[in-house]
Design a protein around this ligand. Structure first.
Ligand code: NI
Length: 178
């Protein structure tokens, strides 16, 4: 297993549509393992394959960020087959670090996907898990949570994000001097 680099906005790879996985073999399982390790290392609650530069329809999710057992979900070729209600949740993204904003999504969804063995399964989700799955499936379609915001809010969030990136760069430079 290996921790991969997380690609940051505005890299193009985050805005491309991902291909479905045809065959779930050892290389796919290795990719899934790397995604899980990368997500936990970053203390994230979800990671989609394009965020590590792989344009395949795979995402891993753990709404507890590894704090509690048995909350890890692997979705290969996920599809939302039912959605109802509306919910507003404050979202962030490992590819757009340092910024958070409220996003409206479906409150309850039913999802169909393949697991890491290639077996199909369905899951019903509400609250945070529902929000996470919708956020991650968006990534597989090249859509970032920014696109759910009004133009004004998006502009404010991007301004904050630029400041955050600058702070990170400055911290890195200072570290490099010692
Ligand atoms: Ni994200």
């Amino acid at each position: 297993m290996a921790i991969r680099d997380i690609i940051l906005y505005p890299d193009d790879v985050l805005q491309k549509e991902c291909e479905p996985v045809d065959e779930i073999d050892d290389s796919i399982r290795e990719l899934v393992d790397d995604m899980i390790e990368t997500m936990y290392h970053a203390r994230g609650i979800g990671l989609a394959a394009p965020q590590i530069g792989v344009l395949k329809r795979i995402t891993v999710i753990d709404p507890t960020a590894g704090e509690e057992e048995d909350n890890l979900h692997v979705f290969i070729n996920p599809e939302i087959i039912e959605a109802e209600g509306r919910i507003t949740w404050e979202e962030g993204c490992l590819s757009i670090p340092g910024v958070y904003e409220n996003v409206d999504r479906a409150a309850r969804i039913k999802v169909r996907a393949l697991d890491r063995n290639g077996d199909p399964f369905e899951i019903e989700a509400s609250d945070l898990l529902s929000v996470c799955i919708q956020h991650e499936i968006d990534h597989l379609d090249g859509v970032l949570f920014l696109e759910h915001l009004s133009r004004l809010k998006r502009r404010i969030v991007l301004k904050k994000y630029k400041k955050h990136l600058k702070r990170i760069e400055q911290a890195d430079e200072e570290e490099g001097q010692h």
